[in-house]
Design a protein around this ligand. Structure first.
Ligand code: TYD
Ligand code: MG
Length: 479
């Protein structure tokens, strides 16, 4: 409970509530009720204590109201509107991190005074990435503010990494913003790293660290530092189990850049994506591999992604799905085997079972595929779930590929929704999907015919237009 109780007033419960409310507002106070026999607290006056059962034991305590201060956030001028033509463009010199994959995601290095949020699951390697970034920076010392680990733990991590951090790394194990702010003032760092934003707090606020108001206040405090002093700030934020960035989500709109660091639990690769970037494209991804000596860049990502696949095996197609606004390439696997019992089995992992039934019916009726006497198992490799019609085409092609035991070319990505008539329907955000496929080293895309009109030319990417599932099968699996 914040605030000191100034006075204790015997509360006559019969005083008009409206009058009392008025007096309290004038005095800028609010109150709580305390049981005199057991110290039980209540927001309202009650006749009998629910805790100790004592009658008429509650007295009112007045808590003096705090002066609310509103702090400015974002940029603020001198209150003068200027014509657009009078605004000078100053080319912002960017600071290179020295890790090309990272620099590219940032849009070509760190912009002075920018605030970057780095989100990701616990244990994915955010602190490692920040430490490696700090090691590669030149110029004034970097201030690493740690709220989760001791300076000893940080030192231990640093010693495991390939490049030992320069002497110009200052460590500060602190979570209180009132203490951190003067330190920033004194040390004038070149870059500030806050690990993590959820642990930072301002003592004046009543809520606990990690709550929405504290996280927002901490982000605003670092925004002010960044904007007024021109120091770039990296805020590390944890994603909660549910997938939402509970704390950091509330600051996403405040910061300049949001980077998402993600990966598979059973794989060593990590993907750094720009989800939002005021200073660059959000189409960039950086791919890393976690080694025992830290993160290493993956210069040829397609190799990594195709590594898990058995090229030349039937029943496998790569599809380009979307995860919210982000494209995601996944492998769709199917296994079609003769039914040994009376009723054919259909089993799907990571894909809607009813959608699979529908696709099988379409294949049977519109493409003449006799799947009725076969068991069909489908699986989205990597343990993720895709519930998007755009993966229909890839799924159908995998089934046909397995049924006929003819592999589909490993450099091909299939994109398209299948309708009940066997037609291939257009999908949204085709450009992003194709761009992602190209980025990951694929050379051929099977697309709905109507989608290709809106698609700009991609050099080095062959496009195969299809209007029906029949055509797609003919072109990819053979007649
Ligand atoms: P960490 O950066 O602490 O993750 P986060 O800050 O996102 O919570 O490290 C994540 C994991 O990486 C941890 O389980 C240990 C492992 N790791 C390595 O495999 N190699 C290394 O060189 C380092 C520093 C960590
Ligand atoms: Mg960490």
């Amino acid at each position: 409970m914040g605030g000191e109780a100034r006075s204790v007033v015997r509360s006559p419960p019969f005083v008009s509530l409206r009058l009392r409310g008025y007096i309290m507002r004038m005095a800028k106070t609010h109150s709580r009720y305390i049981c005199q026999s057991c110290a039980y607290e209540s927001a309202r006056w009650v006749g009998r204590c629910p805790n100790c059962g004592e009658w008429n034991s509650f007295v009112e305590e007045l808590i003096p109201g705090k002066q609310k201060t509103v702090r400015a956030m974002g940029v603020s001028g001198a209150g003068v509107a200027v014509p657009l033509s009078d605004v000078d463009i100053v080319a912002e010199p960017r600071m290179a991190v020295g890790i090309p994959e990272f620099d590219r995601v940032l849009g070509g290095g760190i912009v002075p005074g920018s605030v970057v949020l780095v989100g990701g699951d616990p244990g994915i390697g955010k602190s490692t990435l920040m430490m490696q970034m700090a090691a590669g920076l030149s110029g004034p010392p970097t201030l690493y503010i740690t709220g989760e680990e001791s300076v000893g733990q940080i030192k231990l991590r640093a010693s495991r990494l390939d490049a030992p951090p320069a002497d110009s790394l200052l460590l500060l194990a602190e979570t209180n913003l009132e203490i951190i702010e003067p330190v920033v003032e004194r040390t004038s760092p070149g870059v500030i790293i806050v690990d993590s934003i959820q642990t930072m707090y301002r003592p004046g606020l009543e809520s606990a660290p990690g709550t929405v108001s504290q996280v927002r206040e901490a982000a605003a405090a670092f925004m002010r530092i960044a904007k007024t002093r021109g120091i770039p700030v990296f805020l590390v934020g944890h994603v909660t189990k549910e997938g939402s960035i509970a704390g950091p989500k509330v600051v996403e709109h405040m910061v300049d850049t949001v980077l998402q660091f993600e990966g598979e639990q059973h794989h060593a690769y990590r993907i750094l994506r720009a989800v939002k970037n005021r200073f660059g494209s959000t189409n960039e991804i950086g791919i890393f591999e976690m080694h025992d000596t830290g993160l290493r860049e993956v210069t040829n990502p397609s190799e990594l992604f195709l590594a898990g696949r058995r090229s030349g095996s039937s029943g496998s197609t790569v599809v380009a799905g979307m995860e919210g606004t982000r494209p995601l390439l996944v492998e769709v696997q199917a296994l079609v085997a003769p039914t040994s019992y009376g009723v054919p089995q259909r089993s799907s992992t990571g894909f809607d079972a009813r959608r699979l039934q529908m696709l099988l019916a379409v294949l049977e009726r519109r493409a003449g595929m006799r799947v009725g006497q076969y068991d069909v198992f489908v699986n989205i490799a990597g343990g993720i779930r895709v519930d998007e019609p755009a993966v229909d085409l890839g799924m159908a092609l995998s089934v046909v590929s397995s049924l006929r035991d003819i592999p589909i070319d490993a450099g091909t990505v299939a994109i398209g929704e299948i309708g009940l008539g066997g037609e291939i329907r257009t999908v949204s955000q085709i450009e992003k999907r194709v761009a992602e496929a190209q980025k990951l080293g694929f050379v051929r895309c099977v697309l709905p015919r109507n989608n290709t009109r809106s698609l700009p030319r991609h050099d080095g990417m062959e496009t195969i237009e299809v209007a029906t599932i029949d055509q797609a099968i003919t072109k990819l699996v053979g007649a």
